[in-house]
Ligand binder design. Structure first.
Ligand code: DOR
Ligand code: ZN
Length: 338
């Protein structure tokens, strides 16, 4: 297949950062995606409707045709009143649950889920989705097991207590997560990088900081399970890039930040992954339909076309006063958006 025309897709999990860093980052996504769910883990986390609306304004000022769907960062101080405000705001669509210290800017996250129980109750009542970073952070847990342990220890209990809460397990990375999502009342996003890479890519010929993300890349058998889920046509699995830019200096450092910047070729990378398993016909559902359906939003009506043509990803992009290195920097990408 040389051309692939799809209903315009949306990105159901995206990091844009803020201030000067954000200028080039928004357009990398809006060139292709109509809408995106914007993660709230800024240095000062977005915990209120007011903050989220101010952040949204900054994003819209960069590209007014792009529709950022905002989220609030759930903390143990989030009030039930704030949830009522979310319910009345058409621009704020979900809350994000970070286990404390699980990832970038997550120190204000949840230490004990019982502390946020009244908020989850209100979210269930108002039908507001909860987006979960599913990793157990106790230091004795092996980093490759964090997702599996979180599912067993925390997620299972949350779903039991709140059976009608609409939950997305974000950026799943394991076959255990795939199975859990298939058998329980929740949905999941899958990134392009977890579909294309296994954990060998972190160590290929040396340590590769630009392949370090959280949840960390896993074994090949897990990548295969993710590929199967994404291309299965099961509407519980949909596109969320988790594109997460960091300054080059923060990645190539003594203590590298987690995050892979995929936005400049996000859909093209998904196409490459789907093509690997001869499932390009399943890309439209995954990229353009199932996420919108989950969030009870209309599907987009425009289309976009991808062409099978090799091009080179630039070595870097501007990132405020610094640079950001994209996935595949200086190397080949096999699909291009017309
Ligand atoms: O790799 C990641 N980067 N995973 C996350 O959960 C957060 C993200 C970021 O904000 O950098
Ligand atoms: Zn993320």
């Amino acid at each position: 297949m040389q051309h692939l025309t799809l209903t315009q897709p949306d990105d159901w999990h995206l990091h844009l950062r803020d201030g000067a860093n954000m200028a080039s980052i928004v357009k990398a996504t809006s060139r292709c995606f109509a809408r995106a769910i914007i993660m709230p883990n800024l240095k000062i986390p977005i915990t209120t409707v007011e903050q989220a609306l101010a952040y949204r304004k900054q994003i819209c000022a960069i590209d007014s045709r792009f529709n950022p769907l905002m989220t609030l960062y759930l903390t143990e101080n989030t009030s039930v009143d704030e949830i009522a405000k979310v319910k009345n705001s058409k621009h704020i669509v979900a809350l994000k649950y970070y286990p404390a210290n699980a990832t970038t800017n997550s120190d204000s996250g949840v230490k004990d889920w019982h502390q946020v129980s009244p908020v989850l109750e209100a979210m269930q009542e108002y039908d507001i989705p909860l987006l979960i970073h599913g990793e157990e952070t106790a230091p004795h847990i092996d980093i490759f097991d964090r997702e599996k342990v979180f599912i067993e220890k925390i997620l299972e209990r949350i779903l039991k207590h709140f059976p009608k809460l609409r939950v997305v397990l974000e950026h799943i990375t394991t076959k255990e997560a795939v199975e859990y999502v298939m058998n329980n009342n929740l949905a999941a996003t899958i990134t392009a990088h977890h579909l294309l890479m296994n954990r060998n890519e972190i160590f290929k010929g040396g340590l590769r900081p630009h392949h370090y993300c959280l949840p960390v890349l896993k074994r090949e058998e897990h990548r295969q399970a993710l590929l199967q889920a994404a291309t299965s046509g099961n509407p519980k699995f949909f596109l969320g890039t988790d594109s997460a830019p960091h300054a080059q200096s923060a990645k190539e450092s003594m203590c590298c930040c987690a995050g892979i910047y995929t936005a400049p070729a996000a859909l093209e990378l998904y196409a490459e992954a789907f093509e690997q398993v001869q499932a390009l016909d399943k890309l439209e559902g995954f990229a353009s339909f199932y996420g919108a359906d989950f969030y009870h939003l209309p599907r987009n009506t425009q289309t976009i076309t991808l062409e099978k043509r090799t091009w080179q990803m630039p070595t870097h992009f501007e990132f405020g006063e610094e640079k950001v290195i994209p996935l595949r920097a200086g190397t080949d990408i096999y699909w291009v958006q017309n």
